[in-house]
Design a protein around this ligand. Structure first.
Ligand code: TYD
Ligand code: MG
Length: 458
């Protein structure tokens, strides 16, 4: 194939250059140029090599959505409940799903198990650019999968992958991983931004035209993003992150973007010697096994996705030797922590400006909702004063800049979950507390202000 015309585009200002250079001549930022293909590659002649997948040929037409509606939501259940849940109810025809995660977290294992679950029912093709076919087969054996229905291909050139897929017509295509895939149109090395972007674009187009569901595996960079431009996230229909702490066997699959379902939906798995096992009732697995109350630890009920989850937040507050004390948040948003510390100083009377503050969510899970505010402050204050919170205490609630405690959605459901797990006391926003002040055996204290909340626990 002739090399397509390419140019170099600055990722900061978007200006185009003919040649690569270290610094963008327009905006002056360094190391932002990457190669792109100019315009679409030459359209193939009707009798050309472009293998015969249908759909692209028909010119687009204006249609009433009611005519289209019967075609949508052709969902197929995968048979792995937690995966179906995160995808929003199963596979969608012609969708492209990006699965990101650290190396070794279990992405290949999960996808291979998915193909095992699809089995004879739904034809699939597993394209590996990282492992040999023998390695894939050995892993499938170890996972106890039946090998006969599994089709695999060791190939990294996207044009040839598309040819094979068009010939074999699987309903599910897995690309492991997108960073190893390259297109003939570009000279850049596989894994470079331009190769990743162009290959993913090609596969996305192929998925839409052929109706094949495509799963792309993407490695996560040190900064926590999927290597390659943000545009990868815009291109695909769903982005799932596979997360977990290296020391823990639990893995969480989280929908970060989903055109077909709820975001922040969580699927929970445990890694075993036979691969990933589903954890359908994960509610309390993220509590650490303390023997008694410990300073710096608070339990909250988060509601990521569609079910409540009990999670432990830990804080360590210690005299800082630095002029600018450290504020480190793991599993939480850094800016939110800075804001909460300011509120704690102003409205809670605790001055931590000369202290290092570390906050961590146990189990490597990420909590992004504002309901975590109150338990984070509890954990921080508890560590600062070196006094443990009462045993069996749970909390949630958003903290505002003027020290008010704001209600969060699904309060009752969260409280019920905590009561079911034997918690005896809950400190929550007033509007989330039931009138009679009790749920089951659990006493519920509703608060309006941060100062009230702190009085209730210390
Ligand atoms: P893998 O799926 O190769 O990770 P990724 O594709 O995200 O890089 O996961 C590999 C890890 O999982 C490896 O450290 C070994 C472990 N593992 C098990 O513990 N049990 C198993 O049955 C399998 C297949 C892997
Ligand atoms: Mg892998």
């Amino acid at each position: 194939m002739a090399k397509a015309k390419t140019a170099y585009v600055c990722s900061e200002c978007g200006s185009e250059h003919n040649k690569w250079q270290g610094q963008c001549a327009d905006c002056g930022v360094w190391n932002t140029l990457s190669e792109i293909v100019l315009g679409p590659a030459k359209p193939a002649p009707a009798t050309g090599r472009r293998s015969g997948y249908a759909g692209a040929a028909a010119a687009p037409q204006v249609q009433s959505l009611s005519e289209v509606a019967q075609l949508v939501e052709a969902r197929t259940s995968i048979g792995i409940g937690e995966l179906d849940r995160v995808l929003g109810g199963g596979l969608v025809e012609g969708s492209v799903v990006l699965i990101g995660g650290d190396p070794g977290i279990g992405k290949s294992t999960l996808l291979l198990q998915m193909l095992g679950a699809l089995g004879e029912r739904i034809s699939s093709l597993y394209v590996t650019g990282e492992e040999s076919l023998a390695q894939v087969a050995a892993r499938a054996l170890r996972l106890g999968l039946s090998l006969a229905p599994l089709r695999a291909l060791a190939e990294t050139c996207v044009e040839r992958i598309v040819e094979h897929a068009a010939a074999h017509k699987p309903r599910v295509l897995i690309i492991d991983s997108i960073q190893t895939i390259w297109t003939e149109l570009l000279t850049a090395a596989p894994g470079s931004v331009s190769q990743v972007r162009e290959s993913a674009a090609k596969l996305t187009r192929f998925a839409k035209e052929s109706g094949i569901s495509v799963f792309l595996v993407g490695h996560v960079t040190k900064e926590g993003g999927i290597a390659g431009p943000r545009v990868l996230e815009h291109m695909v229909d769903a982005v799932l992150y596979f997360e977990g702490e290296s020391g823990s066997r639990f893995r969480v699959l989280r929908a970060f973007k989903n055109r077909f379902g709820a975001v922040n939906e969580l699927g929970v798995f445990a890694m075993s010697d036979k691969g990933l096992r589903e954890v359908p009732n994960p509610s309390a697995i993220f509590l650490s096994a303390h023997t008694g109350p410990t300073p710096g630890s608070a339990v909250m009920v988060t509601r990521e996705g569609t079910r409540p989850l009990l999670v432990e937040v830990q804080a360590l507050v210690d005299q800082s030797p630095l002029a600018n004390p450290r504020r480190v948040a793991l599993g939480l948003e850094q800016n939110r922590l800075a804001m909460l510390l300011a509120v704690l100083h102003r409205h809670g009377g605790a001055a931590v400006y000369d202290q290092d503050v570390f906050v961590n969510v146990v189990g490597g899970i990420r909590v992004q909702e504002t309901a975590a505010d109150l338990p984070i402050l509890f954990a921080i204050l508890s560590s600062f004063r070196d006094r443990a919170l009462a045993d069996k205490l749970v909390a949630f609630g958003e903290v505002g800049l003027s020290g008010e405690i704001r209600p969060v959605p699904n309060g009752e459901e969260r409280l019920k979950e905590a009561a079911t797990h034997g918690f005896l006391r809950a400190v929550v926003p007033r509007a989330n507390a039931p009138k009679k002040g009790k749920i089951g055996e659990m006493e519920v204290i509703g608060v309006d202000r941060l100062s009230e909340a702190l009085d209730a626990i210390m």
